[in-house]
Design a binder for this molecule. Sequence first.
Ligand code: NAD
Length: 247
Amino acid sequence: MSDLENKVIVVTGGSQGIGAEIVRMLARHNARVVIWDVLEEKAQELCKELTQAGNECMVDAINVADEEMVKAGFEKVINAYDGIYGLVNNAGITRDNVIIRMSTDNWVQVMNINLTSMFLTSKYAVRHMLRQKEGSIVNLSSVVGLMGNIGQTNYAASKAGVIGFTKSLAKEVAGHNIRVNAIAPGFITTTMTEKIAQEIKDKFLQNIPMNRFGNCEEVANVVIFLLSSISSYITGTVINVNGGLYM
Ligand SMILES: NC(=O)c1ccc[n+]([C@@H]2O[C@H](COP(=O)([O-])OP(=O)(O)OC[C@H]3O[C@@H](n4cnc5c(N)ncnc54)[C@H](O)[C@@H]3O)[C@@H](O)[C@H]2O)c1
């Protein structure tokens, strides 16, 4: 068991996929989980499941790309719990297309939800963490941010940006006992990857040394590790969870 018991941890995009698995696992570690997601109904269902099992949970329908919402969301968390220990920046989207067919809107949307959101959430979270003199932030990047992918110039740029952001913020706050790390998952089976054409999936499979896609639990395990003090001397890193696809 980790030392996350009673720790207040915000998980963005926590209503489905990798985020929902992170939320469930945090609940098993007896953390106080706050789910921020635009899919409010799904988030409420998950929260209900957790509270019925005796865990503490809170939901807010926050669009992480909206600064006012993010700011107000943290105020609610602080009012409810008096502090915040962890932030998992997991919310993300894809809007794939080759560059000549990619709309500026799809470029901007992906950058706003995948990258600008991390600036917004971290900015307000760090203000509270500085006062508490402790905290851990985990940002979801992607293998695509490291190796690139056809049809994903927007997504790859946002996820590469997450890495530069993570390392810079890690340096800024390391002296205040706040750690910032990133995880770069490979192909993980979720609704996000269900949209990918089978022939592209098959091609990727040929390049994955472990010869299979990953599952949400395998990513959530690393989130727990990075949030808890088991990883107390680790900051500014990017941990690959990709079955060997990129080393
Ligand atoms: N699935 C993979 O193979 C894979 C690989 C690498 C990285 N990732 C990253 O992991 C994270 C989770 O991916 P997933 O596969 O679980 O995706 P998903 O689409 O299943 O879930 C994403 C969640 O984010 C929420 N969300 C989207 N826009 C939002 C916004 N503006 N504000 C708040 N919430 C918002 C969605 O409602 C959803 O609940 C993403 O950042 C993704 O880029 C996933």
